[in-house]
Design a protein around this ligand. Structure first.
Ligand code: RTP
Ligand code: MG
Length: 143
């Protein structure tokens, strides 16, 4: 399996609950390495652009409102099979349906405020990484 990268966001609920470190520990335990990271308080334009594919969905306005309600922690994770591995440890979108021991089962309160985002394909990961980071801001892990 090839080494991949994926885009991860710790959303405003989890940042507000002060569990950035606990979520990073889950990434590390799964063998995912942080190769770029930045804290940001997104503007409406930035959050709307990031979730552009959902613009026509009924939950879009609430989603953007939530994503700009406080700071987020944005990171690029690198590892074997990183996209699927990251989605696995995040758990289902709705924390009530997320498997025990997943990030959303342990740190999320609802489908609207669900603690984390993760790219859903290698193709989307490349687009999402370049949405937030320049190529020169990524630090490939050599060990
Ligand atoms: P994400 O993009 O944030 O990693 O989450 P996801 O892939 O698991 O879910 P996605 O379908 O991409 O939806 C993006 C975010 O929109 C909110 N959502 N609300 N009320 C609803 O039915 C509903 N469906 C989705 C969630 O916060 C989800 O993370
Ligand atoms: Mg998604």
């Amino acid at each position: 399996m090839a080494v991949e990268r994926t885009l991860s966001i710790i959303k405003p609920d989890a940042v507000g609950n002060n569990v950035i470190g606990q979520i990073y520990t889950r990434f590390e335990a799964a063998g995912l390495k942080v190769v770029a990271a930045r804290m940001a308080h997104l503007t409406e334009k930035e959050a709307g652009g990031f979730y552009e594919v959902h613009r026509a969905r009924p939950f879009f306005k609430d989603l953007v409102g939530f994503m700009i309600s406080g700071p987020v922690m944005i990171q690029v994770l690198e590892g074997e099979n990183a996209v699927a591995k990251h989605r696995d440890i995040m758990g289902a979108t709705d924390p009530k349906k997320a498997a025990p021991g997943t990030i959303r089962a342990d740190f999320a309160a609802s489908i609207d405020e669900n603690a984390v985002h993760g790219s859903d394909s290698a193709e989307n990961a490349a687009v999402e990484i370049s949405y937030f980071f320049r190529a020169t801001e990524l630090c490939p892990r050599t060990r």
